[in-house]
Write a protein that binds this ligand. Structure first.
Ligand SMILES: *Cc1c(COP(=O)(O)O)cnc(C)c1O
Ligand code: SF4
Length: 347
């Protein structure tokens, strides 16, 4: 068995196993993991320092998950926006294609926790073939975002089959892979995998780091391998209460990402997903974090803060306001709060 498969097989999947690693009463977690699966592989487990720390909160079931009657089971209305199983077509020119139900770690805040890691999510070669045929017919789709679950938990052979099939469709210009593996199981990024992926350019990877403690030498090595294969790397972070909901943590994370050649892409307001209400922050928190970054640090480090509208309205960018008035003269404020004006009196 390859190293990463062996690590994955040694994941802990029950609170009782967790209790053997930490001095923590896990009895209250039993009803939770039966509803929403738990999987913490030995690599990520090793990064958790103490119960309740930011990595623990992302990985360990919490009784609050079962105490949420505010949020929605399918907040982005993905099921209704899927013309074929596992293919979400919300925007005109691009789709989200779910190709795996498995992840290297089950994040407690997952938007798809209704189905990821459970028998409620079924991905087979047959469901994938139906997606290929939809993509062949709908030539306006030029960008396919492969996600899941985690696409990089597929075997090398299945990935080759999938990518060969996508590249055989002429209307598809770019392929994007969304994967948390560089963060949660970086050993999956083998030289063999990087060698496979580079055959399908233009191919982009967006990964998902939420906390500076996740940026380790192993994660750096995985990202160096992907970047070395010519794959531009982006990152999506979810703003999470008790994990990263302050400017110092987010700024440190974004600086750390640039150091491992990953360009911050999105900072997401947490979705209104059933079982994740305890992670949500106020929108003001995200705007304050953005204001603390813009101008004060490299523009390269600043992601787009976005809220994915409940009901499937799509991603809406949110920004602190620097525009005071718009007319023949525009008045603005800079990041320090100093007033500025610009002559806008043009035909
Ligand atoms: C996020 C998402 C995309 C990609 O959005 P970008 O803003 O282009 O990164 C596409 N389809 C769906 C359904 C999505 O949720
Ligand atoms: S890696 Fe992504 S899909 Fe998997 S559990 Fe985490 S957030 Fe959900």
């Amino acid at each position: 068995m390859t190293h990463w498969k062996n690590l994955l097989a040694r994941s802990i999947t029950t609170p009782e196993q967790l209790g053997r690693h930490f001095d923590f009463d896990v009895s209250a977690l039993n009803p939770v993991y039966k509803q929403f699966p738990m999987r913490i592989n030995p690599y990520y487990l090793g990064l958790i320092k103490t119960p309740g720390d930011p990595l623990w909160r992302q990985a360990v079931p919490d009784p609050q998950e079962l105490d949420d009657d505010i949020c929605l089971v399918d907040p982005l209305d993905e099921e209704n926006r899927s013309p074929v199983e596992n293919l979400v077509h919300t925007y005109p020119d691009r789709v989200l294609f779910l190709v795996s139900s498995q992840c290297a770690m089950y994040c407690r805040f997952c938007t798809r926790k209704r189905k990821v890691g459970t028998s409620r999510m079924l991905v087979t070669r047959e469901t994938m073939r139906e997606a290929f045929s939809y993509l062949r017919k709908n030539k306006e789709i030029r960008d396919v975002l492969i996600s899941g679950g985690d696409p990089l938990l597929l075997s090398d052979e299945t990935l080759v089959w999938l990518l060969d099939n996508l590249r055989a469709i002429p209307s598809i210009q770019i392929i994007r892979i969304g994967s948390r593996v560089p963060c949660t199981l970086p050993m999956r990024i083998t030289t063999r995998l990087a060698g496979i992926l580079k055959r399908y350019h233009p191919l982009y990877i967006n990964t998902h780091f939420n906390h500076p403690d996740e940026i380790t030498p192993e994660a750096a090595k995985a990202c160096a391998r992907l970047a070395g294969a010519g794959i531009p790397l982006g990152n999506q972070t979810v703003l999470l209460k008790g994990v990263n909901d302050n400017a110092a943590t987010i700024t440190k994370l974004m600086h750390g990402l640039l150091m491992i050649r990953v360009k911050p892409y999105y900072l997401f307001q947490a979705d209104m997903t059933r079982g994740t209400n305890h992670f949500r922050t106020k929108v003001e928190t995200g705007l304050e974090i953005m204001q603390a970054m813009i101008g004060y640090t490299s523009g390269m480090a600043v992601p787009t803060f976005a809220l994915d509208a409940p009901g499937g309205g799509g991603k809406i960018p949110l920004s602190p306001n620097y525009l005071i008035s718009l007319g023949k003269s525009v008045t603005l404020t800079n990041y320090l709060g100093a007033p500025c004006s610009y002559h806008n009196d043009l035909e």
